[in-house]
Write a protein that binds this ligand. Structure first.
Ligand code: CP3
Length: 351
């Protein structure tokens, strides 16, 4: 991968809604189990060991960008990593996700959470960022990320894959004071974590609110939005584009845009043009190909990617991505095809 000034700026320009030579693309979970090189590393190392060892996290981050013409790299880690610093042990179980053996459900547990310090608690993340920037040599930018307070809280309270949010919602409704206290602490952690990532070299940030689609608009407004809003306000001055992502958010896009983000992510359940209308013309949009399309034939991949580009209509501010993370068994050839078709089909004549 050689340095090309047009390519190196494509993603960051699109985040700022500036015109680009073609539409940039990166893929959520682009360094994951669909890659044979990743699976090979996983035979020797657990996922969290990869994330905790700067040399390995760097290697994994670079795997997809060496293979495909992606326009951004994303730090290899997990949204749960900063919670170690708050004194919450967890593990990652294959095909399940993060698991916390002692979920946070009492006032005493919430009050005993420690405050997070990035240099003390996650020096390996900051070192990985420095190494990745070094290896990338300016060829493409590096995205840092964190989980949004609502999504982190739902893992902490449910203990694992928070599908029904039974305990989470019970806490919200029964003890709004305690809920707010937990969310304030998580928000403080996320702000400190993201600021430290930028100081170490992250050139854009994504806030993942993956589970927020379980809230009604009224619940979002009361229990999640003020905290996400505080994060975007605190990072406004950081000088890097901010991406705000959630899934099943068709009823929440306006409120998410209001909470903040230069770019708002949309999943595949909503047509991209409708999502963009709802997010507003003063924001960029990221998305939103259904990850399952990559299991279909190559002509379907081309057609569906072109359909997403058509809905974006060549307007500056579209970052192509899937509507959620790439699935573990996705055929690698279709990923290469997708990246190429997005670049080719969106090519704009130089002005
Ligand atoms: O996007 C990237 O490539 C960067 C790395 C990244 C991972 N997780 C790697 C990972 C990022 C940004 C995440 C964020 C994350 N983690 C989110 C938010 C995004 C989303 O998908 O909604 C969430 C909800 C988690 C929690 C989590 N961690 C889940 C649901 C899983 C998958 C469990 C499984 O096995 O299906 C994980 C583990 C995880 N995080 C893997 C990877 C590559 C797979 C772990 C493995 O190697 O076995």
């Amino acid at each position: 991968m050689s340095k090309n000034p047009v390519r190196s700026q494509r993603f960051l320009k699109a985040c700022r809604r500036e015109a680009t030579d073609c539409t940039p693309i990166w893929i959520m979970r682009q360094a994951g189990r669909y890659l044979p090189e990743y699976r090979k590393l996983r035979e020797k190392h657990a996922m969290l060991e990869l994330a905790k060892t700067p040399e390995l996290a760097t290697r994994v981050t670079l795997l997809p960008v060496e293979r495909f013409e992606l326009d951004a790299a994303i730090l290899f880690s997990d949204i749960m990593v900063p919670l170690w610093g708050m004194g919450v042990p967890f593990r990652i179980e294959e095909n399940v996700g993060p698991v916390i053996d002692d979920p946070l459900r009492t006032e005493a547990q919430i009050r005993s959470l420690k405050s997070f310090d990035a240099q003390r608690d996650v020096p390996f993340v900051l070192e990985a960022i420095r190494q990745i920037r070094d290896e990338l040599g300016g060829r493409i930018p590096l995205i840092g990320f964190a989980g949004a307070p609502f999504t982190l809280a739902s893992y902490l309270i449910e203990g694992k894959s928070p599908r029904r949010l039974r305990w989470t919602k019970a806490l919200m409704f029964d003890r709004p004071d305690l809920w707010d206290e937990l969310m304030r602490r998580l928000t403080d952690t996320v702000i400190a974590y993201l600021k430290a990532q930028v100081a170490a070299g992250a050139q854009a940030l994504q806030l993942f609110d993956s589970w927020v689609g379980n809230l009604s608009p009224a619940q979002y407004a009361r229990f999640a939005q003020p905290h996400s809003h505080r994060i975007f306000q605190a990072l406004k001055g950081a000088g890097v584009p901010l991406i705000h992502f959630g899934t099943e958010t068709s009823t929440l896009l306006e409120a998410m845009a209001e909470a903040g983000g230069d770019v708002v992510g949309a999943d595949w359940r909503i047509p991209l043009d409708e999502a963009w209308r709802r997010i507003g013309p003063d924001r960029g949009i990221q998305g939103n190909l259904d990850p399952a399309v990559l299991f279909a034939g190559s002509e379907v991949v081309c057609r569906e990617a072109a359909a997403v580009l058509d809905l974006a209509g060549g307007r500056p501010g579209h970052v192509f991505n899937l509507g959620h993370g790439i699935l573990p068994d996705t055929p690698v050839d279709n990923v290469a095809r997708l990246v190429d078709i997005v670049h080719q089909a969106s090519l704009r004549p130089a002005s």
